[in-house]
Design a protein around this ligand. Structure first.
Ligand code: NAI
Length: 303
């Protein structure tokens, strides 16, 4: 397969999924100068993400951190694709496609199968999965060597770390290129092998779980546990405020996935209190209520 390095002449990027992560990754790619094709299965989701980005960029212009021309250029480079079934088949050729849809192996696998079939063999296919085996996502594809993980952190425009994840089949050349591309996007990439939770989520799971077990045992309330860990434990955010930012549904799915992939290692066992939170639809900031309750400006009123 003849392939142009990602760092030479990469113009168009596709981002599939315009939720918290996809919208942020689209912003990062557009800020780096790429044309970004943003698609989401939910009608209007990609357009809403672009509108929200417009408001964020307006604020940055207001603060003098960006010129009006730069802001307009970033927005112009984000092209909204249709939400209809088959939208992925109609994507124009891109050099890199980054998937950021729900944490579900079946859904992701189907997306990769479509991309594998419809994009040129030279297109690099990346998943933003937090916990699923990247090798399983690439399983059965004609060209699994071009599949890698690019695991951004929330929110992607602010968080520097990107885990560049390799499978046993990923091309070394593509991994090297991806590391360099992430540096050019202003990120700090780290290379790791696809294992449950990669680096950060593997360590973070017991951090969230132990805090939830302490809450369940009424050791202290969520705000107190967050305060102790943030102010004295050296963490930038406590486990409760952080998972409210991540999204409780996403966080629970990631935890469950790591638990199952580690043969139900008790260190990663989901906590019932967390399961009930998700079942009640208390998904964090995005629904106005998670461990804490948020006002219209996104400020926690009870933290
Ligand atoms: P989200 O729930 O905010 O967004 C997911 C989006 O995917 C939704 O807009 C949904 O309509 C769309 N979608 C679902 N199925 C689709 C399909 N078949 N085709 C196109 N679009 C589809 O989720 P979020 O938080 O953005 O997470 C996305 C991925 O990123 C997950 O794999 C998650 O594990 C990972 N991740 C999440 C982080 C977080 O802090 N939320 C951090 C790093 C990775």
């Amino acid at each position: 397969m003849r392939r142009m390095p990602l760092t030479e002449g990469l113009t168009a990027v596709a981002v599939i999924g315009a939720g918290a992560m996809g919208a942020g990754i689209a912003q990062v790619a557009a800020q780096a100068g790429h044309e970004v094709h943003l698609v989401d299965a939910a009608e209007g989701a990609a357009a809403t993400a672009r509108d929200t980005l417009g408001k964020t960029l307006d604020r940055l212009v207001g603060k003098g951190k960006l010129t009006a021309e730069e802001s307009a250029g970033i927005l112009d480079r984000i092209i909204i694709g249709p939400a209809a079934d088959g939208a992925l088949k109609e994507l124009p050729p891109v050099g890199l496609a980054i998937e950021a849809v729900v944490e579900n192996l079946g859904v992701k696998h189907e997306i990769f199968a479509t991309l594998d079939e419809h994009q040129d063999e030279s297109t690099v296919l990346a998943t933003n999965t937090s916990s699923l085996d990247v090798g399983a996502i690439a399983g059965g594809l004609g060209t699994p060597e071009r599949v890698i993980g690019l695991h951004f952190f929330n929110p992607p425009p602010l968080m520097k770390l990107v885990e560049v994840v390799r499978t046993t089949q990923s091309s070394g050349e593509i991994l090297d290129d991806a590391m360099e591309l992430m540096r050019r996007w202003g990120k700090t990439p780290v290379l790791c092998t696809s294992t449950p939770g990669f680096i950060v989520n593997r360590v973070a799971r017991p951090f969230y779980g132990e805090a939830q077990r302490m809450l369940e045992a009424e050791v202290a309330d969520a705000a107190t546990l967050d305060l102790a860990l943030r102010e004295h434990g050296g963490f930038r955010m406590g486990p409760f405020e952080l998972t409210d930012l991540i999204g409780q549904d996403v966080n629970f799915a990631v935890g469950n996935s790591v638990w199952h992939q580690t043969d139900r290692d008790p260190r990663y066992e989901p906590v019932n209190l967390h399961r009930h939170l998700v079942e009640q639809g208390r998904l964090g900031r995005k629904t106005g209520r998670g461990w804490f309750t948020y006002d219209d400006s996104g400020q926690a009123v009870d933290a």
